[in-house]
Ligand binder design. Structure first.
Ligand code: SAM
Length: 277
């Protein structure tokens, strides 16, 4: 059944999604939005976008439908070791420099925030890279906070189970060290080992919230391929919040097609897509 999404309805959803998530859908995204929202209409047995808009904004008072709508609107593309130059930098420069300065200060704690973590490939990649420094890091308190807007991707991330063809980017020795093969009907899947999974805390967090509930500061913030969906103002506000929540000398990594050029920020440019407080 083809249901029409007219321009007025598109405008209503566009504003709602922007206000709730910062995701900035241009008119070119109308067909994409329509096909994604169709799933929700079917789920709710509704026959028009007008009814669905009313349902999500007025009738569903628990807010659950809003969460489900945002789940299906967001793009969650990700992979292990995506944009791998960041992990080379982390391993060869960022981490050694940080370890040295922390040792001097007699501090043995490393905090990383993966903002917009999708189905978990990115925080697990970070945890593997940190684990590769195991000897140097023994006795250290290492934690990664991984957040996303979508509850659907967070659930998958928490399971840490991936089909074999999703593991392509992982160097073989890391695959053998940090994953266990599934059995039974999961024998073509691999699961990240518990001791790595336990270093990561997954939480739902909306990056457009005015404030974030963090007590301490982070040494590394990864927010890659997320700001691309936001407009300039939302990006600038988020970058200012990242600055506040990074420790002095901490690093911010953004996606390869993103840049802070033209954003009023105190970050120091390190190299393309890597910035330092
Ligand atoms: C394309 S994925 C990027 C995943 C990963 N960072 C990477 O680079 O591979 C973008 C993620 O940002 C999340 N996202 C979009 N808007 C968000 C918001 N306002 N707050 C938190 N996460 C958001 C989406 O749910 C999605 O999982």
């Amino acid at each position: 059944m083809d249901i029409d999404l007219n321009d007025k309805e598109f405008g209503l959803f566009q504003r709602l999604i922007y206000n709730e998530s910062g995701i900035n859908l241009t008119p070119a995204k109308k067909e994409l939005l329509k096909s994604r929202l169709m799933k929700r209409l079917r789920e709710r047995s509704l026959s028009s976008f007008k009814e669905y808009y009313q349902y999500v904004t007025e009738e569903n008072t628990t807010g659950e439908e809003l969460v489900s709508m945002l789940d299906c609107v967001s793009t969650n593309l990700t992979e292990f070791f995506r944009e791998s130059a960041h992990f080379d930098f982390l391993s060869e420069k960022g981490l050694p420099i940080l370890l040295e300065s922390k040792r001097k200060n007699r501090e043995k704690k490393i905090r990383t925030w993966c903002a917009g973590c999708s189905t978990g490939e990115e925080p697990y990649t970070i945890s593997m890279v940190l684990a590769e420094h195991t000897e140097q890091l023994s006795g250290w308190d290492i934690k990664i906070l991984a957040t996303d807007l979508s509850t659907r991707v967070l659930k998958k991330a928490m399971d840490g189970v991936y089909a074999k063809d999703r593991l392509r980017g992982i160097p073989l020795h890391m695959l053998n060290t940090y994953f266990k093969k599934g059995d039974g009907n999961l024998n073509d899947h691999y699961q990240i080992k518990d001791y790595l999974r336990e270093t990561i805390m997954f939480r739902r967090l909306n990056l457009t919230d005015e404030t974030f509930p963090f007590k301490g500061q982070f040494d590394f913030i990864f927010c890659r391929n997320v700001m691309i969906y936001f407009d300039k103002q939302t990006q600038a506000e988020l970058v200012a919040k990242f600055y506040k929540h990074l420790a002095p000398d901490g690093y911010l990594f953004i996606g390869h097609s993103e840049s802070l050029a033209g954003t009023d920020t105190r970050f120091r440019y390190v190299r393309p897509t890597i910035y330092q407080k």
